[in-house]
Design a protein around this ligand. Structure first.
Ligand code: DOR
Ligand code: ZN
Ligand code: ZN
Length: 399
């Protein structure tokens, strides 16, 4: 088919390697249909879904159930994480070829997946195929308790970056010892990026992610957003935010940590309100706008939102506008100003921390594997059009 792209910019479809679509068990917040429709509206044509659902994706059986749900509902392509527990070491390794990666929570967040002790962490790190990454939520549970995160009303101050550095250091040390691929989710501070760079220089196979939340929001925004700005890890200071941009070279992927919770849930008292914000629909517009403002080269965004996620997670048909790759394409009008509003949020929960933000660049059309899937702010793809990605063991970006 011939596409009239006059005046448009042509981008490869983005890969969001960090979403929480809540299916099964939390489908009042999101499901595979609403989540992938939100992705499509945001120019994201592939998503990797996190395992902290109900039940968690922590067994072969739960993985099969989740696969069936996505196959019925998804409108973009998808892959899965397998969630580590204290005991599912062999099972995780046995299903590794059916998932993009393992997710291991060293600090607690939404859901019940948590592995804090040395022995199961070490066994997962050495048993899961070494070339397939383990993605770590690196906040240290012990120091979270020590610093009073549980029960504190001052979320940010109660959770100093130290908790992340302790968990991160443990993960790096074990990854070095066993020689495995490690991917650090949502880094938020300069110190974490320094530790990662230092480890990488020593040959540790570590890559890392940053979220648009931490690139574009700070604890000042948290004042304004209240519970709606509550997230793990928390929004940080202006100087931490500046460090993420200064150390942009060290960052391999940008993933949204799209973690929808309803307005009602967020409006509970602070301690009860769950952590997390939406993001899958706003990543591309925000980053494209940052490129238009000269804050970052467009190619550096494509690297972190398309090329690197495909390599790190072994998504062999994805990754760029290249012969032999899927024709996942986004056409964006670079001149049109677009205001992000809660009304435009396709996610079931219907809100975004970026409401009121104006960006330059409006997504006009999105193609998934060559088929027009989104146009005129409307999803044309049918539930079930999305496919499970094909995995291949990745080529390490380093070492
Ligand atoms: O704020 C967060 N929300 N951080 C996480 O790690 C999990 C997520 C969720 O699933 O709600
Ligand atoms: Zn996390
Ligand atoms: Zn997450």
């Amino acid at each position: 088919q011939i596409i009239d792209a006059e005046g448009m910019m042509v981008l490869p479809g983005f890969i969001d390697s960090h979403v929480h679509f809540r299916d099964p068990g939390g489908t009042h917040k999101e499901d595979f249909l609403s989540g992938t429709q939100a992705a499509l509206a945001g120019g994201v044509t592939t998503i990797l879904d996190m395992p902290n659902t109900q039940p968690p994706t922590n067994s072969r059986e739960h993985l099969q159930e989740k696969k069936a749900l996505a196959a019925q509902k998804a409108v973009v392509d998808y892959g899965f994480y397998f969630g580590a527990t204290d005991t599912n070491i062999e099972e995780a390794a046995a299903v590794a070829d059916q998932v993009a990666a393992m997710k291991l929570y060293m600090g607690s967040s939404t859901g019940s997946l948590l592995v804090t002790e040395f022995s199961p962490i070490y066994r997962h790190f050495s048993t899961f195929p070494l070339d397939k990454p383990i993605v770590v939520h690196a906040e240290d549970e012990q120091s979270l308790i020590y610093f009073g995160a549980q029960g504190s009303t001052e979320h940010n101050r109660a959770r100093p970056p130290l908790s992340a550095q302790i968990a991160l250091s443990r993960a790096l040390a074990i990854a070095e010892k066993v020689g495995r691929a490690l991917h650090i989710a949502h880094t938020t501070t300069q110190r974490e990026l320094e530790l990662i760079q230092e480890a990488r220089n020593k040959g540790v196979r570590v890559t890392c992610e940053v979220t648009p939340l931490h690139l574009f929001l700070t604890e000042d925004d948290q004042q304004r957003l209240g519970n709606f700005g509550k997230v793990n890890p928390p929004l940080r200071s202006k100087s931490d935010q500046a460090a993420l941009w200064r150390y942009f070279d060290v960052i391999d992927t940008i993933g949204t940590d799209h973690a929808p919770h309803t307005k009602e849930e967020k409006m509970q008292p602070y301690q009860k309100a769950p952590s997390g914000m939406t993001g899958v629909q706003t990543m591309l517009p925000l980053l494209f706008n940052a490129a238009q403002e000269g804050k970052v080269e467009p190619g550096e965004i494509i690297k972190r939102c398309v090329v690197n996620p495909a390599r790190i997670f072994g998504l062999k048909d994805k990754g760029a506008l290249e012969v032999g790759k899927d024709a996942d394409i986004v056409l964006i009008d670079p001149q049109q100003v677009y205001e992000i509003t809660n009304e435009k949020i396709v996610s079931k929960c219907g809100w975004t921390p970026f409401a009121g933000t104006k960006v330059k660049g409006k997504i006009q059309q999105v193609f998934v594997r060559g088929k027009l899937a989104f146009e005129h702010d409307t999803c044309l793809a049918q539930p079930g059009n999305g496919r499970h990605v094909h995995y291949a063991y990745h080529h390490s970006l380093y070492a």
